[in-house]
Design a binder for this molecule. Structure first.
Ligand code: ZN
Ligand code: ZN
Length: 315
């Protein structure tokens, strides 16, 4: 089968001809219909995450078709041990022995993939393959991040890419007010954010206090900036798997019961909740498609911010 393979970190993805994977016990074989591109894929390729399987087929937002015709989604959480103290307390996202799709396990930048069936998610009708793919990480982990803002009425989204474009729609549907903080001069992202319900989009400080901020951009300097923007008791949620160092900041920014927290991975319950909610909003994804062989170009375009919304690779 055709696949895009990472031979070593900090080298470009290269096309390769691989054996079609054979499903092991509990696994399902899927013909890949679409696979979303995530910033995490970029961190893996750029060597910013410590121990990927090598060689690796990246990609963890797989829309696949099983041999019996079912359409299944394969997210980042590929498998867990089921027995550790995290797995047995509703926190399988933190499992000590979790294995992740497109990192510990080959992912969806390929014509075929195998996945542990217990961790596959049935996809809602009404979403074409291309539109469903970004729900599986941008949507799911964005939703988990949004849930950590509690009942915050004014939510700031820092970095308006694949996740934020979905989260903005969910937040508006929940009756929240959305403020989008983008890079200086990124008028396209600002226009895009406004089109999805952000009442303000710009660079620098939002025009009024926020109750919560979610940081999607991997830039540590946004943490003190977001803390300065949230009201007393507010929370700053760091939603990415990797971020540059957070600069030191005066305790005053954290004072008054402000909180900083991260979001790690997802649980299957997040997946079920979000995929039930997405058709109700309904979430509309904006996707740019790339043929499988152009996956490296998709990652370059993500790095450079050349598209709005999400990129999806199609074998
Ligand atoms: Zn576990
Ligand atoms: Zn992801």
């Amino acid at each position: 089968m055709r696949a895009m393979v990472l031979a070593a970190p900090r080298t470009p993805l290269a096309p390769a001809e691989l054996e079609r994977p054979v499903p092991g016990p509990g696994q399902v074989l899927l013909r890949v219909r679409a696979c979303g591109v995530c910033r995490t894929d970029l961190h893996v390729v750029d060597g910013e995450l410590p121990r990927p399987k090598l060689p690796l087929v990246p990609g963890h937002q797989i829309v696949g078709e099983a041999e019996d015709g079912r359409r299944l989604g394969v997210p980042w959480l590929g498998s867990t041990c089921g027995t550790c103290r995290y797995c047995t307390s509703g926190r399988e996202n933190l499992c000590d022995r979790a294995r992740f799709t497109g990192y510990d396990l080959d992912g969806g930048y390929a014509e075929w993939a195998v996945a542990d069936e217990r961790f596959c998610l049935p996809l809602p009708d009404g979403f074409a393959d291309l539109d469903a793919a970004p729900l599986l990480c941008a949507g799911l982990i964005g939703y988990r991040a949004l849930s950590f803002t509690g009942d915050a009425a004014r939510v700031g989204l820092y970095g308006f890419g694949a996740a934020a474009h979905i989260v903005a729609q969910v937040a508006r549907w929940q009756g929240r007010r959305v403020f989008a903080v983008t890079r200086e001069g990124d008028h396209e992202a600002q226009r895009f954010a406004r089109s999805l319900g952000a009442e303000w989009a710009g660079a620098g400080a939002p025009p009024e206090e926020l109750d919560a901020a979610i940081i999607f951009a991997p830039a540590g300097e946004l943490v003190p900036a977001a803390l300065a923007a949230v009201a007393k008791g507010g929370v700053v949620v760091c939603a990415g798997i990797h971020m540059s160092d957070i600069p030191s900041f005066p305790y005053e920014l954290l004072w008054h019961e402000r909180t900083i927290r991260s979001v790690a991975n997802l649980t299957r319950r997040d997946g079920e909740e979000f995929l039930a909610l997405a058709p109700l909003v309904p979430v509309r994804t904006e996707v740019t498609t790339y043929p499988l062989e152009s996956a490296a170009q998709a990652l370059d375009d993500l790095r450079a911010g050349r598209f709005s919304g999400a990129a999806v690779v199609v074998p």
